[in-house]
Each structure stands twice: as structure tokens, then as C-alpha cells.
Design a protein around this ligand. Structure first.
Ligand code: MTE
Ligand code: HPA
Ligand code: MOS
Length: 775
């Protein structure tokens, strides 16, 4: 699918990870994945007599609960017990940022799919059958499904946030061109292959062990403790891996684990709760839809000198992570451009949809779609190519972001111009033009999409992690961190670090499950920062162990510590191999009673942010890149395909090239899906219509671009990134935004009078309408 061009970055001296390892490393999980041996929550060995649970949820989006009759369900043979808010010994509250979300509805319901009760039975089949026997009467209240309606009714999650730079009002007065408009970007279903689920097992003395499919084991532990009214040390949360999370399990894996734990606590028996796909689609939140307005002002020479937006975020019925996501929308509202006068505002609008949540990009993509729409609109009205305006405004070294951070080691222009040169943009554009001249019923479009994405949790206190490293007496190694493997390859990266520092083969290293008893008080695996935070902690722990072992070696070999290195499972003195092997060194350290375990804590230095001023330095660094997308539309049918996406991406110095390429490709396709085909639909009563894969279309092998080329840009890397290998999980999703604008350009080639609409996803139906719509 992609060509690998030779490039210089890969040949330069490598900083830490040995060249062979970084180029040849495969995701550790690929072997067990392919053999079907990888373990997920549904695969845990369950205790004899384990009960199975199913959630009873609201069949209306908003209303007062008049009555619920559980008697028929309770009478069904095999039903153990039905739990409601009345069975919560602690607090019936699971909100992470704002305490506004009950675990179980009490007197009223706020979204279709809101959990009301947990049915526990001998089998899932019986629990499901019992669910159908519950009678509920709800007095319906008015339903809000859109952010605009919520704004009109003054229904908000919290106070609005606003960032500003320069003097926007004054700057607009000096503009040659001013354009205003509206945009909409829809939500997106995470569609992790493994649905939400947990298994709770009661242990002695009221302790509970929970196996959860969560990105945030500590959040699960903390919330269980709160709901059960017991201390956190009584709860152990364990995660082997997730069958995908994509942000959907940062916060929203928690309620299911809490429910399973609550039932286990009361019944003193293990309880398994796994949502089936329908339940998962209906009950969980998605990417936030945004309705936004913009005003953009340009000078005569096409410099954007003023930009103003109002983002209406459809937060759903409770806060969940919405405030943090809204904040990241503001951080990325100007994408890769320097704009001296900016005023951005975001309102988190409370509606009667399931609480929307984290999704790859975390509000950033929604912000970037708006600035790209504003630029496309300006270009269309002025009559210049969009890329001319994009190029004229790219971020430069020492430019200031609207949040006060000074841009350093900027690669915006480098990736842009590299993309133009490497992919021969003139030839590409000429080919598109020639094609469009010669074809009437097919048209091609091409679009550039630059990205700039900030790396760190925007909430500074969350940027820390720990690693616990044991060297066993036979020289093998076990590593525990807070990192949750969800397919992104973070375990492989942790293993590479240890293999490199100890200079031992990866077969001697085991990455342990993520467990709150071994690594406590952690942030979720999110914000693309998992490898940076946990990798730096692992590096620190491994380095400390090596320092200790070197002292043992120096005593044994009568050599100076500074002359000793570890290489290929042997001790070297002044680069000469000694007779002492790694395994012997470890045994000698044991005999000398030297600690072979180390725990390290890493907290990102330098970052800070003052919310009272909305200024600071929130990001450790930024990731840059540029994508060029080419599409062909069938002007009779409105269908389209993407010929190619050509990307120059800033990996820094990738430590695991195959894994990172996989992240770029996966994120790109997910972004294209969001922009072009994935259409979440609720009816006006707040019922999810796109509630199955027959009504919700995600990219498949036939709809992905025919070629995806990813060229690493040459950079020095960044010391804030693990081994200079930059975070890669989320940024490439935003290359997918280019697909929207490539489609628009193809439509314009067919229908020059097309009145540009910025309403994503650009489904074939919308393309068809646009082709024949008069301005
Ligand atoms: N890749 C796979 N295969 N599965 C996932 O669930 N989640 C994405 C991204 N890539 C995800 C993924 C999201 S939303 C984030 S924040 C990062 O991975 C998290 O992992 P990282 O911090 O190690 O990049
Ligand atoms: N990204 C992802 N998850 C988060 C963040 C963030 O910036 N802040 C809090 N949770
Ligand atoms: Mo990713 S949206 O930060 O889990």
C-alpha cells in the first residue's frame, strides 16, 4: 500500500536504540494476535459460579422516572439480583472532572441509553431475557440533541473558555478581506473491536480485583472506591491489553467496571459484565459534534491577520472529559498557522445525548476543521488556490501560539516544502488539471493538510508516570509501567528501551500487565504521551540499575566504573569484552545483596499553564506534518475514491519505524472516515439511529486510499520525546481532514458555482447534491 523511499534520517547515527532493533522491531503482540492467543477481558479465567451482568438503560432521552417494575425480571429463574442506585454504599457519582454524572439514574434520565440498573444472573442470556421483562414508565421532558438548541436554552456544562492573542477587533478593521461562515463536524463512533467490559472478583477481607478494558486503571480504581465507599488500596485493577480504545476507554470504561465491582461486593461472587455491540453503541459517548462560526480577516498579500471563532461543543448529558476536550479545541484552533490576532471561544453545551468523550485528537481535529474551512472559504471568494493562503501563513520559529507558548523547533514549513518537493506538486497538480479538462463525468481534486499538534496532557498535573523494573536472578527482566497497550505498540517501545539500556535480547524481557498495585496513581494512557511518560520512567529505572551493576562489575573485574559498559549480554572494559556475562553479573550482584529492583518517577519538565490568564507553556513539544490528498469523484453518482495520500511526517527520530508507520496509516484512515463517511445519527427524540454496522459505515479495505506514502522529515528530534522519537498516536488523524477539502475541490471542478458548505462528513449523498446545487 505504501512505498518506502530511502531517506537520510534512517542512516544517521542513532541516539539510543540500536539500529537493527529500531528497524526490525515488530509489535510484540503480532505473534499472539495472529494466532488468536492474545488475552482480553472476555478471555480471563472465570471463577466457578461467576455471575453475568447486563445493564438496563433508559428507553427515553429525557424524563422523570414515574415507576419501574422489576418483579417479573426478578422472578425469572437464574436471576440473582438487580442493582440500582439504592444499592450504592458510597456515592452514586462517576464524573471525573465535574461531579454531574450518576452511575445509575435516580429519579430522572438524561439520555437514551443512560444506565438505570444492573441485572445479575447465572448467564448473560438470562440477564438479557430479564431485561426485557422490566416495565418502566417515564414522563417525557423536552429533548435537546444539538449544541445550538442547547445554547439557545442556556444549557451548558460549565463556563465558556476563551483564548486571545493581539487585538482581534482592531485587526479586523485593517483587513482587506473578511469572511464569515458556519461549520459543522459530526461525532464519530470509536468502534474499538473489543467492546467495553470488566470482570470483578471478590478476594478476602473485602478486597476486589477488577480486570478492565480501560485506558485509565487508576480512574477505575478511584471511582470504584468512591462508589463503594471503601479505600483505594482494597481495589486492584489489572489490564492486559485493549482491543482498541481510541479515547473511548479513557473515561468511559469506568462505569462497567464499577458496576461489576458493586455486584461482586454485594454478592461475594465474581461478576462479568461485557457490553454487546448494540448496548455499547447505544450507551457510550462518541467524538463531540461541533457547530462553529468563524470570521477570518486577511491582508492584501493574503496574510491572515485576524481570526475569531465560537465553537459549540455538543457535550452530551454530563461533563465526562468535555471541558478538557473543549480546551484542546482552543489550543489547536489555528492549526499550523501563525495568526497575530486571535479570539477563540468554546461553549460546552449540555444536550440529551450520551456524554461525548475523548476520541483521537481530543477536540483538536474539530478546531482544525474550522480554520481549514475558513481558509478554503477565503480562497474560494478571493479566487486563489487554498494552498496559497495556507502556505503564506505557516508557523515559523519563535511565533507565538494564542495560548502564549513560543513555537520552537518548528517543522511546519519544512514538512510543507518537503512535501511539495518530494511529491512533485507541480506534476501532481498538472495531472489533476489535465484530467479535469478531459473528463466530464469524473473530476479530481487535490488538497494540502498541514498539522501541528501539541504533545502533553493539557492539564499539566497529569504529565507523570512511573516504572517498576525487576531484574530476576537469572538475568531476565520484568517491567511494569502505567502504559496500557491498546494496539499502539507502547509495550514494544518499553521493551526496546530496556533491551537497549541493558543490552540484552528482547526474549529476556517481559512487559507485565498494567496493574494499580504495581504502579499506582497514574494518568490514563492518552494524549499520545504514553510512550514519552512511561518510556522516560523506564529509561530512568533501567539506567539506575545499570549504574548499580557497573559498580558490581568494577569490583569484580578490578576496573574503573567509568570504563565499564554493558554490551550484548557481556561486560566490556574500555570497549573490550571481559569474561563476565550479564547473567553472571546479575548473580554476583545478588550475592553482594545489591537491589535488582528499581522504581522511577518521571514528570515532564518545563510545562505549565495558567488558566486564569489562559497563557502558558502547556506542551512539551509539537508534532508537525503535511499531507497531500488526491481524490476522484464520480459526478453521476457522487461516489468517490482517494487515489493517494502523500505525507511528510515529523517522527523526530522514530524508535520503532514499523509501529509508527502503522500509527500514521491507522490514524489517517480514521480521520478520513470521520470526514467522509462515518455518519452518527440521532433522531429528534435522542434515539441513536446509526446503531449497528449496517447503518454506520466505517472505512474498509475498499475505501482506503489506493496509496499512502509516508516520508519522515529530517529533524534533530526533541529531547522531551522518548529517545527523540516523537509521539505519533493522534497527530496523523488530522491528515484525514485533507480528504474533505480534496472532495470540495473536485466538486468545484464540476460545479464552479458551488456554494461551499462545511458540513462533515462529506458523504456521497452530500457530494451528489453539491455537484448539482446552484449557488
Ligand atoms: N492505536 C491503536 N491501534 N489503538 C488505539 O486504541 N488509540 C489512539 C492512538 N493510537 C489507539 C491507537 C489514541 S486516542 C491515543 S491517545 C494514543 O494511541 C495512545 O497511545 P500513545 O500515548 O502510546 O500514543
Ligand atoms: N489529551 C487526552 N486526554 C486528556 C487530556 C489531553 O490533553 N487531558 C486530560 N485527558
Ligand atoms: Mo487519546 S483521545 O488521548 O485516548
Amino acid at each position: 500500500m505504501h512505498k518506502n523511499k530511502p531517506n537520510k534520517v534512517l542512516d544517521t547515527k542513532l541516539d539510543a536504540v540500536s539500529k537493527s532493533l529500531k528497524q526490525s522491531i515488530k509489535n510484540l503482540d503480532s505473534y499472539t494476535h495472529v494466532r488468536g492467543e492474545s488475552l482480553y477481558v472476555d478471555d480471563v479465567n472465570i471463577r466457578q459460579g461467576t455471575f453475568h451482568a447486563v445493564v438496563f438503560d433508559s428507553p427515553k432521552a429525557h424524563g422523570k422516572i414515574k415507576s419501574i417494575d422489576y418483579s417479573k425480571a426478578e422472578a425469572l429463574e437464574g436471576v440473582q439480583r438487580i442493582f440500582t442506585y439504592k444499592d450504592v454504599p458510597g456515592e452514586n457519582e462517576i464524573g471525573g472532572i465535574i461531579p454531574d454524572e450518576p452511575l445509575f439514574a435516580e429519579n430522572d434520565v438524561h439520555f437514551w441509553g443512560m444506565p438505570i440498573a444492573l441485572i445479575v444472573a447465572e448467564s448473560e442470556f438470562i440477564a438479557r431475557k430479564a431485561r426485557g421483562l422490566i416495565d418502566i414508565e417515564i414522563e417525557e421532558l423536552p429533548v435537546i440533541t444539538t449544541a445550538k438548541e442547547a445554547k439557545a436554552k442556556g444549557s451548558f456544562i460549565n463556563a465558556p473558555r476563551s483564548f486571545s492573542l493581539g487585538d482581534t477587533e482592531k485587526a479586523f478593521a485593517d483587513c482587506e478581506y473578511i469572511f464569515e461562515g458556519e461549520t459543522f463536524s459530526n461525532g464519530q463512533e470509536h468502534l474499538y473491536i473489543e467492546t467495553q467490559g470488566a470482570y470483578a472478583e471478590p478476594l478476602e477481607n473485602g478486597n476486589i480485583k477488577v480486570t478492565s478494558s480501560t485506558q485509565g486503571p487508576t480512574a477505575v480504581q478511584k471511582t470504584i472506591a468512591k462508589v463503594l465507599g471503601i479505600a483505594m488500596h482494597k481495589i486492584e485493577v489489572d489490564v492486559t491489553r485493549l482491543g482498541g480504545g481510541f479515547g473511548g476507554k479513557e473515561d468511559q470504561a469506568t462505569p462497567w467496571a464499577v458496576m461489576a465491582a458493586l455486584a461482586a461486593h454485594h454478592l461475594n461472587q465474581s461478576v462479568k459484565l461485557i457490553l454487546n455491540r448494540h448496548d455499547d453503541l447505544r450507551m457510550t459517548g462518541k467524538r463531540h459534534p461541533y457547530e462553529s462560526t468563524y470570521k477570518i480577516g486577511l491582508s492584501k498579500d493574503l496574510k491572515i491577520i485576524a481570526y475569531q471563532t465560537e465553537f459549540l461543543q455538543n457535550s452530551g448529558a454530563a461533563a465526562d472529559l468535555s471541558p478538557a476536550i473543549a480546551e484542546r479545541t482552543l489550543f489547536h484552533a489555528t492549526n499550523s498557522y501563525y495568526i497575530p490576532n486571535v479570539t477563540t471561544k468554546v461553549l460546552s453545551c449540555k444536550t440529551n445525548l450520551p456524554p461525548n468523550t475523548a476520541f483521537r485528537g481530543f477536540g483538536g481535529p474539530q478546531g482544525m476543521f474550522v480554520i481549514e474551512s475558513a481558509i478554503a472559504k477565503a480562497a474560494h471568494e478571493i479566487g486563489v488556490p487554498t494552498r496559497t493562503i495556507q502556505e503564506a501563513n505557516l508557523l515559523d520559529e519563535n511565533d507565538t501560539f494564542s495560548y502564549g507558548q513560543i513555537a520552537k523547533k518548528v517543522e511546519a514549513k519544512n514538512t510543507w516544502h518537503s512535501a511539495k518537493n518530494i511529491f512533485n506538486i507541480e506534476a501532481l497538480e498538472q495531472a489533476v488539471e489535465a484530467f479535469n479538462k478531459n473528463n466530464t463525468s469524473f473530476k479530481k481534486g487535490i488538497a494540502f493538510m498541514p498539522i501541528t499538534f501539541g504533545i502533553s496532557f493539557t492539564n499539566t498535573p497529569m504529565n507523570h508516570a512511573r516504572a517498576l523494573v525487576h531484574i530476576y536472578l537469572d538475568g531476565s527482566v520484568g517491567i511494569s509501567t502505567a502504559a496500557v497497550e491498546m494496539g499502539q505498540g507502547v509495550n514494544t517501545k518499553m521493551m526496546q528501551i530496556a533491551a537497549d539500556v541493558f543490552s540484552i535480547p528482547i526474549e529476556k524481557i517481559k512487559i507485565e500487565t498494567t496493574n494499580t498495585t504495581r504502579v499506582a496513581n497514574t494518568s490514563p494512557s492518552a494524549a499520545s504521551s504514553t510512550a514519552d511518560l512511561n518510556g522516560k520512567a523506564t529509561l530512568m529505572a533501567c539506567n539506575a540499575l545499570v549504574e548499580r551493576l557497573k559498580i558490581v562489575a568494577s569490583e569484580d573485574l578490578k576496573a574503573s566504573v567509568k570504563d565499564i559498559t554493558l554490551k550484548e549480554e557481556s561486560v566490556y572494559i574500555n570497549n573490550k569484552k571481559s569474561a563476565l556475562t550479564w547473567t553472571e553479573l546479575v548473580s554476583k550482584a545478588m550475592l553482594k545483596r545489591v537491589a535488582l529492583t528499581e522504581n522511577a518517577h518521571y514528570a515532564t519538565p518545563e510545562i505549565h499553564f495558567d488558566k486564569t490568564k489562559e497563557k502558558g507553556h502547556p506542551f512539551a513539544y509539537h508534532v508537525y506534518g503535511t499531507a497531500i490528498t488526491t481524490t476522484t469523484i464520480d459526478c453521476m453518482r457522487g461516489t468517490y475514491e482517494f487515489e493517494s495520500v502523500k505525507i511528510v511526517h515529523d517522527y523526530g527520530k522514530s524508535m520503532s519505524e514499523g509501529i509508527d508507520l502503522g500509527q500514521v496509516e491507522g490514524a489517517l484512515i480514521q480521520g478520513i472516515g470521520w470526514m467522509t463517511m462515518e455518519e452518527i445519527a440521532y433522531n429528534k427524540d435522542g434515539k441513536l439511529l446509526s446503531n449497528a454496522l449496517s447503518t454506520y459505515k466505517v472505512p474498509d479495505i475498499f475505501s482506503v486510499p489506493k496509496t499512502v506514502e509516508v516520508i519522515p522529515v529530517e529533524t534533530e528530534g526533541n529531547d522531551m520525546a522518548i529517545l527523540k522519537s516523537k509521539a505519533v498516536g493522534e497527530p496523523p488523524l488530522m491528515y484525514g481532514i485533507g480528504a474533505y477539502f480534496a472532495l470540495q475541490n473536485a466538486i468545484k471542478a464540476f460545479n464552479p458555482n458551488y456554494d461551499m458548505q462545511f458540513n462533515a462528513p462529506m458523504t456521497p449523498e452530500k457530494v451528489l447534491m453539491s455537484l448539482y446545487k446552484k449557488a
